[in-house]
Design a protein around this ligand. Structure first.
Ligand code: SER
Length: 314
């Protein structure tokens, strides 16, 4: 089958890396990048087709899918946890309407597959905190978590009622060398590397012992593409899969950075994002993803830290 992918939110933290990797796998011309804004001149996104698209514009989305004869969509445009708390109604609108626009196109038969990211934010204070299972109590208390949990339920519904092949992962905090994250509770774990490499001190907005599930971007991209390429008959989850890789606190990350930059200094000044982090798991059980589609992370903490400090440009 000829694959033709559309990546929505291509300029973001995940999108920028997913476009590059998928173009490497299936060819530059077969991956259409799109974002709400035109990329800068010279951006890697322009190594193949690019379309300006606001995912809330269902008509334009449909026109782009038809124009490029798209077979699979990766919907990465969303407001993350911290920003969503500041703009609850807009976050709900963007995160849900964007998903419905894509799911409805798939329901009409225009698309063979859809990828939509969920998050560890679907869990809440009443979920088990350590090795949080695939199926468990879920009472998220953030706008972002509520939108992701609702999205998961709709994905499962569209699969069951309309046969839509939608696949999803509950991403943990993602750490990457290329584009910065924006508006998330786990963003400190990227920002910290820029300060460390510049030889500056870092002030962390989470407390020293706040452990959260995290993952290096290479693992996240592999997880995404491997799930999308998995045989449909192996998949037992049609809401969203738990995937696990790293789990560390700011203190543990600082210690790992100090193996390479011994004098690195971190101060702690928790803000409103601490209250969000306190409701999330510290670590995740991903037994089902391992069993169904062979998921396995490659990056441990020290390997990730070494690669970040080598590759980021400051
Ligand atoms: N990294 C995301 C956030 O902090 C979690 O999905 O919002």
């Amino acid at each position: 089958m000829d694959r033709k992918a559309l990546i929505i939110g291509a300029s973001g933290q995940i999108g920028s890396e997913l476009v590059a990797t998928l173009r490497g796998r299936i060819g530059n011309q077969n991956v259409v990048a799109s974002d709400i804004k035109e990329p800068d001149n010279g951006s890697e996104l322009l190594n193949g087709p690019f379309e300006v698209l606001d995912v809330m514009n269902g008509e334009l989305l449909k026109a782009i899918v038809e124009k490029h004869q798209i077979t699979e969509v990766y919907l990465l445009a969303a407001l993350l946890s911290a920003t969503a708390e500041k703009k609850p109604m807009f976050a709900w609108q963007l995160n849900m309407d964007g998903l419905f626009n894509v799911l409805n196109l798939a329901k009409e038969g225009s698309l063979k597959k859809v990828f939509w990211p969920s998050s560890i934010a679907v869990f809440g204070p009443s979920s088990p905190k350590y090795l949080t299972p695939q199926v468990t109590v879920m009472e998220p208390t953030t706008v972002y978590g509520i939108s992701k949990l609702a999205g998961e339920r709709w994905c499962e519904y569209y699969h069951k009622q309309y046969g839509v092949d939608v696949r999803s992962i509950r991403y943990p905090g993602l750490i990457s060398t290329k584009s910065l994250p924006g508006g998330g509770t786990t963003d400190y774990a990227v920002d910290i590397f820029y300060k460390a490499k510049k030889g500056e001190e870092f002030t962390c907005f989470l407390s020293e012992e706040t452990a959260l599930p995290m993952m290096f971007m290479d693992d996240a991209i592999n997880a995404t593409l491997n799930l999308m390429e998995a045989d449909k008959s192996c998949l037992t989850i049609h809401s969203s899969y738990n995937v696990a890789s790293l789990s560390f606190s700011p203190r543990q990350l600082t210690e790992a950075i100090r193996h390479i930059i011994p004098n690195f200094v971190v101060h702690y000044k928790p803000d409103f994002r601490q209250a969000i982090a306190d409701t999330w798991p510290a670590s995740i059980d991903d037994t089902v993803a391992r069993k169904d589609w062979g998921w396995k992370a490659e990056y441990g903490l020290q390997k990730m830290v070494k690669e970040m400090l080598e590759k980021i440009s400051v």
